[in-house]
Design a protein around this ligand. Structure first.
Ligand code: ZN
Ligand code: ZN
Length: 313
């Protein structure tokens, strides 16, 4: 088993889990993924900054914001977030990704709301496909069935190198030190004897990274099933109960059964329902409906925090 550090290097915090309008218990859409030193924020509904304070998510980390679509309940938290970050003297660049319209929106905030940004903001308008590629993970997007354009995102970690077998290394005559690090990083090394040791000779099979998919607002869609294939965690909207299926379809939203069917078809391991309509004081009925189709379902609440342990070999 991995150490504690390995188990806590990725935390998902639901900052806002309400749909369209806030309630005393549910803020508007925002999910914070704290991955190592970085913050990845998915959607930024109104009040996100206050939820971040309450959840203890900092304002100074390396950060990216991924906006699913330009409905107010998913983006109106951006002005306040930018202002607070500036008041706190943030200096690191903030990257914002979103569909067409996000650039004009951020531009309008800059030109009309009087505060000075203390950090660079890089806004990138995206369509479906690869959004960003980092050393350890990538983010991909696909068009959802809600409005044009509206996006869902998949965060996928790259496979990690296999476990390093110290005994094997010693047997092969590689002594502890810089050569071990080289092998662990996947490079072959040459010993004083002239012998070449390849990483495969001392490393186990590579271990899969984690995959998290967030749908934003959407009705059922083949795109989503594809994007969520084998996801460790699918965060899916479930605005209305099954009995309001027609309403859900009309508005480009999902019922718990629709979310569960997508999780099942995609072979996801775990499903969390969010974007809960303000009409539900007790949303347990939504959870029960989804569980009939996909047992491993949870209902998001504001400040629900999940950890996704790494799979060990
Ligand atoms: Zn919404
Ligand atoms: Zn929407």
């Amino acid at each position: 088993m991995g150490g504690c550090g390995e188990l806590t290097d990725l935390q998902i915090t639901f900052l806002g889990t309400g749909g369209s309008i806030p309630t005393p218990k549910r803020g508007l859409s925002a999910i914070a993924i704290q991955r190592k030193a970085e913050l990845l924020l998915f959607d930024c509904g109104e009040g996100t900054q206050r939820q971040m304070i309450q959840a203890g998510v900092g304002f100074h980390r390396k950060a990216k914001v991924f906006v699913t679509h330009m409905h107010g309940d998913h983006v109106l938290g951006l002005p306040g977030l930018l202002q607070t970050m500036s008041l706190l003297g943030r200096t690191k660049k903030l990257e914002i990704y979103g569909p067409h319209g996000i650039k004009d929106f951020v531009e309008a905030i800059n030109q009309t709301v009087r505060f000075s940004l203390t950090f660079p903001v890089q806004v990138t308008e995206i369509e479906s496909g690869m959004v960003c590629k980092e050393k350890e993970y990538e983010v991909e997007a696909t068009q959802t069935n809600h409005m044009d354009p509206s996006l869902a995102y998949a965060l996928t970690e790259k496979p990690r190198p296999g476990r390093f077998h110290t005994e094997k290394a010693k047997e092969l005559g590689v002594h502890e030190g810089p050569l071990w690090s080289k092998l662990q990083a996947g490079s072959s090394v040459k010993l004083p004897s002239g012998r070449i040791v390849e990483p495969e000779m001392v490393l186990g099979a590579s271990r899969p990274g984690r995959k998290i998919v967030y749908t934003g607002d959407t009705g059922p869609s083949e795109n989503l099933v594809k994007l969520a294939e084998n996801a460790d965690l699918l965060i899916h909207e479930a605005t209305f109960e099954d009995e309001l299926k027609e309403r859900a379809v009309e508005d480009g939203h999902s019922t718990p059964s629709m979310a569960a069917e997508t999780a099942k078809a995609a072979g996801a391991k775990r499903l969390v329902l969010t974007h809960i309509s303000a009409r539900y004081k007790d949303a347990n009925i939504l959870l029960q409906q989804a569980k009939k189709i996909f047992v491993n379902t949870e209902l998001a609440e504001d400040f629900l925090r999940l950890e996704l342990p790494l799979q060990e070999d």
